[in-house]
Design a protein around this ligand. Structure first.
Ligand SMILES: [Zn+2]
Ligand SMILES: [Zn+2]
Length: 190
């Protein structure tokens, strides 16, 4: 079995770099070789034990990388070696919620956030992407990986909030912020 290095949640206040199985894609899935990623405020809550995840889970939900392997049914759209980001939210794209535009609620309330929450995340050498057709976004050649690193969640969460609030360019708005909340899932995004 091939293995890879990953940051694993062990218990409250304890993560560890461990050797874990390298994922293999099934039909409709992709494996991404992570080139860069970052830490979200939500990860801090997880490590502090304020948001429960299972011990043994690989954390991280800000994936930037290169397609390493494609499962069946994807090579008409994507290619091995292609640079991509993957959203922190990985909706199926086909359920009632997705088809009504509520991707963060895929499959049920707050069900869209999976990486580093209910499935292994991006703090690893490789990442298995479910429903790849709904979740891979090619990186334009003129942008570096570092320049798009905040797009999978931190930037897109704010943009999504502005869209949900129907805020338009030029509007005046008041922002009510919580000091420690990061982008906690209560907002509907991770
Ligand atoms: Zn869905
Ligand atoms: Zn996040």
């Amino acid at each position: 079995m091939k293995t890879m290095k990953a940051v694993v949640f062990k218990r409250k206040d304890h993560v560890a770099v461990e050797e874990v199985p390298k994922p293999t894609p099934r039909a409709g899935e992709a494996v991404i070789r992570i080139t860069t990623t970052t830490i979200c405020g939500t990860d801090v809550h997880i490590v502090r034990g304020e948001y429960p995840v299972k011990p043994g889970l690989v954390l991280g939900h800000e994936p930037v990388g290169v397609i390493e392997e494609l499962g069946a049914g994807l090579d008409d759209t994507y290619a091995v070696g292609q640079r991509v980001i993957v959203g922190a939210i990985t909706p199926c794209g086909q359920c009632f919620y997705c088809l009504n535009g509520a991707h963060s609620q895929c499959g049920g309330a707050l069900g869209g956030w999976r990486f580093g929450n209910t499935i292994n995340g991006a703090w690893a050498e490789y990442l298995l992407v479910p429903d790849a057709r709904a979740n891979l976004a090619p990186i334009p050649p003129e942008l570096t990986d570092e320049e798009v690193m905040l797009c999978p969640d931190i930037f897109s969460t704010g943009l999504s909030g502005a869209e949900s609030g129907n805020i338009k360019v030029g509007d005046s708005v008041a922002v009510f912020a919580q000091v420690r909340s990061g982008c906690a899932p209560r907002s509907g995004r991770s």
